[in-house]
Every structure is written in C-alpha cells, then in structure tokens.
Ligand binder design. Structure first.
Ligand SMILES: NC(=O)c1ccc[n+]([C@@H]2O[C@H](COP(=O)([O-])OP(=O)(O)OC[C@H]3O[C@@H](n4cnc5c(N)ncnc54)[C@H](OP(=O)(O)O)[C@@H]3O)[C@@H](O)[C@H]2O)c1
Length: 281
C-alpha cells in the first residue's frame, strides 16, 4: 500500500484528534504534510522530528478572509498537493433558541464556510495539476440529527450537500471528493465542544434535556479509534475510484442506515400525494 499513498496532503485540524492521527501516520509513511492550524506550537515536536516533510501554516478557520491566500501559500510551499483534508471542526451544543447569533455565525464559519472556501481556493491548483482529492470530515450527523445539535447538523448536512454537488462538478477533471462519516470517535471532540451558557428552563423538560441526561449516562460512547479511522482515510486516498461517502464505525453504519430507511419509507408513502401537485398539462 505504501507505494500508492499520495505524496503531499494539506490538512486542517492537524493539531488534534483525527487530523493529527492522519498527519502522524502520513509522516511516518514518508508523505509530506502541509498542516493548516491555528495553534502552530502544538505541532512543534512533530516539526522537530519531520523537519523536511512537515510544513506548518497558521490558519484560524474563523478568519475566512485569509483562506484563499493561505491555500495559495500552501501550494507555493509544497509545489503540489494531492489531497486536501478538512478535518477541523467542533460541536456547538444547546437548543437552537439558547444559542447566540455570534456562536452560530462562528460555528457555521469554521465548520462549513471554511471548508467550502478551502475547496474553492484549491480547485484552480488541482485543475492545473489535472489530479487531486478533496476529503471532508462530515459525520453520521450529516444524515441523522440529535436535539441540542441543530447548528452542528446544519454545518454537516450543508457540507454533505456542497461536497456531493462538487463531486459531480469535478469528476470529469480527475478530481475526487470524499465525505468521511464517522460515528463517535475517541478524540478531544467532546472536551472541545462549545456548550451554550444561555439556559432556558423549558428545554430541560424537552428532548434537549432528555438528550443531555442520556449523554451524562454514557449512552453515546465513543467507540471509534482515531488511529484506525486515520488508516481508513489514507487507504481511501489510494483507491482508483474513491467512494463519495465513507462510513466509519458500526454506530455510524447503524444510525445512518436506520434513519435513511425511515426517510425513504416516508417518501415512498407519499408517492400518490406528491404527484397531486403536478400541473395538468
Ligand atoms: N470525534 C468524534 O466523535 C467525531 C464524530 C463525527 C465527526 N467528527 C468530526 O471530525 C472532525 C475532527 O474532530 P476530532 O474528533 O478530531 O476533534 P478534536 O480532537 O477536537 O480536533 C478538532 C480540530 O479542529 C481544530 N479547529 C477547531 N476550530 C478551529 C478553527 N476555528 N480554526 C482552526 N482549527 C480549528 C482544532 O484545532 P486546535 O487544536 O487549535 O483546537 C483541532 O485540530 C470534526 O469536523 C468533527 O465534527 C468527529
């Protein structure tokens, strides 16, 4: 497998969790990584170890106006980038009514707008190369929803729509797109979640409160292994025809197939009523 691993990757979120695991495995296997991170100091020891293979460029995804020039700097520094992996992201937790507009805006910027801007900025280079793979870490939460995570789901469902359409736009240009859809993976994800500090008592009695109680009872265990996830992501980059949607984790598989089947059943049950709004002529 080693011989076919893409040579150069650009990775957001390379400082923690899944992005860090992918970065470490790639460096170990001899690939080059351009790490796009807001805290470069977190990668200093890796830089000391892999001085020639690791390029670190500072990028805070909330500074969306800097994305295009940063991607240009990444291609200039690396010469060529084969895979762009958007692995940065975080959870915003709270009932929609409990979230401030500033928190919602910041979340959509980092989780959705930034990956879109990164892909858009990388595309001229990938077209010029006549080759490339854009990977985005979505989630099982790009197909299913939990109360208290509406904005997180908006970011993941939004990304699902964007990258699904993008895949069709670039397929003929030899550019692949993959949405990675993990279940719960052991990383710093829960610890780094932004939990609203506005509490509206009514929601403690609703599905939001029930969800928090189940979470506290450990009903959503992190069963996934970040190293195994990283290995599958890297393997997927070596496929001649990579899948558009990469489901990772038995929890993700179970939840996505159950909810998709429910949606399909609901659509099929409306076959006749849907047609009733067709124009007569
Ligand atoms: N872990 C799970 O259970 C799970 C499940 C499904 C999907 N996912 C998705 O997987 C992706 C990676 O999450 P993870 O599990 O690896 O979590 P993590 O360990 O918390 O890592 C998150 C990464 O995102 C970076 N980041 C967050 N906000 C940023 C910003 N504004 N600008 C630049 N970088 C930013 C963090 O940088 P710092 O180190 O500077 O904070 C960190 O590198 C996320 O998109 C998440 O939604 C995770």
């Amino acid at each position: 497998m080693t011989a076919t691993i893409a040579k150069t990757w650009a990775i957001t979120g390379a400082s923690s969790g899944i992005g860090l695991a992918v970065t470490q495995q790639l460096l170990k296997q001899g690939s080059k990584v351009v790490a796009l991170v807001r805290s470069p100091q977190k990668l200093q020891s890796l830089k000391n170890q892999y001085a020639d293979q690791l390029i670190i460029i500072e990028l805070d995804l909330n500074q969306t106006e800097k994305i295009a020039s940063t991607i240009q700097a990444a291609f200039n520094a690396a010469g060529r980038i084969d895979v762009i992996l958007s692995a940065a992201g975080y959870a915003l937790v709270g009932a929609a009514e409990e979230l401030s507009e500033a928190d919602i805006t910041a979340h959509i910027e980092a989780n959705l707008l930034a990956p879109i801007f990164i892909a858009k900025a990388a595309l001229p280079f990938l077209r010029h190369q006549k080759h490339g793979h854009i990977m985005h870490i979505s989630s099982e939460g790009g197909h299913i929803t939990y109360p208290s995570a509406s904005i997180y789901h908006a970011s993941k469902w939004g990304a699902e729509g964007f990258f699904d359409a993008l895949a069709k736009e670039v397929q003929a240009l030899n550019i692949a797109v993959t949405l990675i859809e993990p279940g719960r993976i052991k990383t710093g994800f829960d610890e780094h979640a932004h939990v609203t500090d506005i509490a509206i008592e009514d929601y403690r009695k609703s599905a939001v409160g029930a969800y928090f109680r189940l979470l506290a009872m450990g009903r959503f265990p992190m069963i996934g292994d970040a190293e195994k996830v990283a290995t599958r992501i890297i393997e997927t980059s070596t496929m001649p025809k990579p899948v558009l949607r990469l489901v990772l984790g038995s929890d993700s598989y179970k939840n996505i197939t159950r909810e998709t089947q429910k949606r399909l059943d609901s659509f099929i049950a409306q076959a006749e009523t849907a047609a009733q709004t067709d124009a007569e002529d």
